[in-house]
Design a protein around this ligand. Structure first.
Ligand SMILES: Nc1ncnc2c1ncn2[C@@H]1O[C@H](COP(=O)(O)OP(=O)(O)OP(=O)(O)O)[C@@H](O)[C@H]1O
Ligand SMILES: [Mg+2]
Length: 267
């Protein structure tokens, strides 16, 4: 990374949000969150707390409810009941404040493929009300070590480049919480390593709390500070990665622990 936090944040449209500590040490708190799709209960009274400054990994089988959770926390989907508070803002009573406080990288990030990277980011920066988009975009791309592609059309980007463009877009307005849905999917090993480096620097250098859905268990040990496991819509486990590895001394890896916990749930 080429520049540090103070310079990066100098162009932030929300300097107060970054310089004043959050009113709460809990970045994300969900209370009895339920989501039904017709008869199907995709989320079952989810009670989850993620302290500020964590890199939290939400694990779970296909269909466990991970994307549903992130969609609710990013205000894209309404819960059937229950609520959540992100950075001190309630998703039901103040969704606009939640949207200003968060960044979101969906699994399949959408861009205008016939526009360049700079044009796409300028469009999104204007939507967020950023005062000096050009300077801000330069700062973000420099921080992400992703300069030199500004004039290239998005339609010609590789999957890895698209992901980095997606992260640039997600952090343009200097959010305090960043949500990532399966960010490593489709990336090659170098892309995964680069993404890991980016996530860790967003967390350590800019103080962003990160919430990521993932299938890659090996990645969780390298990137995340805490994990939760969803199984058929129910949170069956939550702890720090360190405590998890210590609590299951007989299991050789986080993958074994995950399978052990999942198996205990099923049997
Ligand atoms: N719009 C929808 N309408 C009906 N059912 C849905 C809808 N979206 C999700 N579901 C169902 O809700 C459950 C949870 O889906 P969700 O996409 O949240 O899982 P996931 O953990 O993200 O899975 P994956 O690992 O495959 O991405 C699944 O059973 C899914 O079929
Ligand atoms: Mg999903």
């Amino acid at each position: 990374m080429t520049i540090g936090a103070p310079e990066f944040l100098s162009g932030s449209p929300y300097p107060a949000r970054r310089s004043v500590p959050a009113m709460t040490d809990i970045a994300i708190k969900t209370t009895a969150l339920i989501k039904r799709y017709g008869e199907h209960r995709a989320l079952n009274e989810l009670n989850l707390q993620v302290p500020s400054g964590e890199i939290f990994g939400l694990l779970g089988h296909n269909g466990a409810g991970k994307t549903t959770t992130v969609s609710i926390l990013t205000t894209l989907l309404e819960p059937s009941s229950g609520t959540a508070v992100i950075g001190g803002h309630d998703i039901r009573s103040d969704p606009d404040a939640v949207r200003r406080a968060i960044g979101y990288l969906p699994e399949n990030v959408q861009f205008y493929d016939n526009l360049t990277l700079a044009e796409n980011l300028t469009f999104f920066a204007r939507l967020s009300g950023i005062r000096n988009p050009r300077a801000r975009i330069r700062e973000v791309l420099t921080f992400l070590d992703f300069t030199g592609r500004e004039a290239q059309r998005l339609g010609t980007f590789s999957k890895g480049m698209r992901q980095r463009a997606g992260i640039a877009q997600a952090i343009l307005h200097a959010p305090s919480v960043l949500f990532l849905d399966e960010p490593t999917s489709g990336l090659d090993p170098q892309g995964v390593a680069k993404l890991r480096e980016t996530i860790i620097s967003l967390n350590t250098e800019l103080g962003m709390t990160v919430f990521m859905n993932t299938h890659l268990l090996a990645e969780v040990t390298k990137t995340c500070s805490s994990i939760g496991i969803l199984s058929s819509g129910t949170l069956i486990y939550q702890d720090s990665v360190q405590a998890t590895l210590q609590s299951f001394p007989d299991q050789e890896s986080l993958e074994d622990i995950y399978l052990h916990i999942e198996a205990g749930r099923i049997s």
